[in-house]
Design a protein around this ligand. Structure first.
Ligand code: GDP
Ligand code: IMO
Ligand code: MG
Length: 454
């Protein structure tokens, strides 16, 4: 059977941690979309692993698969595998031959276009995600299977690279270097192809996973990003270029929807909101320059609100892992979650980070929106409309700081009562049971209510 893990908000909800918590019972963990724009954290025994491509089950020694819906940068993949080996893990990673390859020109073009786009820029991770999915849809991409065949690889590069070079030089007036050089790319990517072959890493993903399921194995499908970053269901154009929502789990692995639908689809919820990137955010607290639309750092959002934002940001460690830049934070947004619950068909929820909100006197939730004088309960279809929504808040009494490891050991009833009221409100509004509650980053800091494999 399968269990699908899906981000229900804007990424970084703690998906990696939930994969790790439930991963004990899984035999195979497969990513179904995205690439090294992801950063999934697993914390165990004082060790912290930040995984961008290798599926999070690697920490428990599970077989990892990068499905056909992923975009794979082989350089990142091999660096990550080598780093994990240095840390005494033995990642066993398979890569779908149908997955698309991120090439250096994709990364270069991602940066170039972001700089040009101004108000339309999503604030991408500049990993080349969008340009690679563009080439996939444009039927000019290079697939992992192509790296194994020298003639096919050369033919593909000879077709596509001159177009990319012309785009960079003639449309964007940029200088190009070896990222746009056919011979250099051919040599480098053939080497990756050889290593994939030598380590016997490539698979026909759907067949591989179905055979494992038929043999009785448990498969976990690990989503990256989140539903509001989904190219179809998110805040377009401030989104990523794939489908993190549960439909992506079938298309991106080659398992049928009836197979994925037999198992649980678990929505991972952060108990507040965090956002890396631009676009509207009706429940935002304070603001971050260059990301919050129309934010004036001299005016701010008022001292109290900025102080609250800083408190949640500090408690939750909401600062960029590479840049150290503050992330945008806000109260939980229920219209966003109702939209996610419907689009994904959640059968269970894992609600993380309730420890981060501990100690606040009052915890608020955007219960509905006021949109052109009307109360609405889900997100409107265009982002311009979303930007005109004002959140209508509901207020909850805060809960105290407690020994969260003890709470995790004692179970759900040990969670402070006010926090349970908050959790049950979310569960009731989404008509979805709570499977787990995250009370800290570590494997042992999760209250498990339901195990989807049992
Ligand atoms: P992902 O991208 O969804 O896998 O999430 P990230 O790993 O990018 O971000 C989640 C961060 O919060 C990581 O640093 C996790 O270790 C941490 N985390 C996960 N769950 C919890 C929780 O319940 N409480 C706290 N305090 N931290 C958590
Ligand atoms: P995980 O899997 C949070 C955001 C970027 C940007 C937009 C598009 O760790 O939850 P892209 O590089 O994908 O073209 O950027 O999506 N973004 C994420 N935000 N967590 C992620 O992944 C993200 N992956 C992409 O900040 O706004
Ligand atoms: Mg992340």
């Amino acid at each position: 059977m399968t269990v699908t893990i899906v981000g229900s908000q804007l990424g970084d909800e703690g998906k990696g941690g939930v994969v790790d918590v439930y991963g004990d019972a899984a035999d195979v963990v497969a990513r179904y979309q995205g690439g090294d724009n992801a950063g999934h954290t697993v914390v165990h025994d004082g060790e912290k692993y930040k995984l961008s491509l290798v599926p999070s089950g690697a920490v428990r020694g599970k077989v990892g698969v990068l499905g056909n819906g992923c975009v794979v940068n082989p350089e990142t993949l091999f660096n990550e595998i080598d780093t994990l080996r240095e840390r005494d893990l033995e990642p066993d990673v398979r890569v779908a031959e149908r997955a698309h390859v991120i090439l250096p020109y994709h990364r270069a073009l991602d940066g170039i276009e972001e700089a040009e786009k101004e108000d339309l820029a999503a604030g991408t991770t500049k990993r080349g995600i969008g340009p690679t999915y563009e080439d996939k849809a444009g039927r000019r991409g290079v697939r992992v299977g192509d790296l194994l065949d020298p003639d096919v690889l050369r033919e593909r590069l000879e077709y596509v690279v001159p177009q990319k070079k012309a785009l960079a030089e003639e449309v964007f007036e940029k200088e190009t270097g070896e990222a746009f050089d056919i011979d250099h790319l051919y040599e480098t990517y053939r080497e990756y192809g050889k290593r994939l072959e030598e380590e016997d890493m490539t698979v026909d993903c759907g067949t591989f996973l179905q055979e494992r399921i038929d043999a009785g194995d448990n498969v976990m499908l690990e989503g990256a990003q989140g539903t509001s970053l989904d190219i179809d269901h998110g805040v377009y154009p401030y989104v990523t270029s794939s489908n993190p929502s549960s439909g992506g789990a079938t298309v991106g692995t080659g398992l049928g929807p009836t197979v994925v639908g037999q198992g649980d689809v678990i929505g991972i919820v952060k108990a507040y909101l965090s956002r890396v990137g631009t676009g509207p955010l009706p429940t935002e607290l304070g603001g971050v320059e260059d990301q919050t639309p129309d934010y004036d750092p001299d005016e701010g959002a008022g001292d109290d609100e900025e102080a609250l934002a800083t408190q949640i940001r500090d408690e939750g460690g909401e600062y960029g892992t590479v840049t150290g830049r503050p992330r945008r934070v806000g109260w939980l947004d229920m219209p966003m979650l109702r939209h996610a619950a419907r689009a994904n068909g959640f059968t269970g929820l894992a609600i993380n980070h309730i420890d981060v909100l501990a100690g606040l006197e009052e915890v608020k939730v955007g219960h509905s929106y006021e949109f052109d004088g009307e109360e609405i309960f889900t997100v409107p279809p265009t982002t311009e409309q979303w930007g005109r929504c004002d959140a209508t808040f509901k207020s909850f009494d805060g809960w105290p700081e407690v020994d969260w490891a003890e709470v995790a050991a004692d179970g759900y009833e040990a969670i402070p009562e006010n926090a349970r009221t908050y959790l049950e409100y979310i569960s009731d509004e989404l008509d979805t049971p709570i499977y787990a509650v995250g009370v800290g980053p570590g494997r042992g800091e999760t209250v498990i209510v339901e195990n989807p494999y049992e």
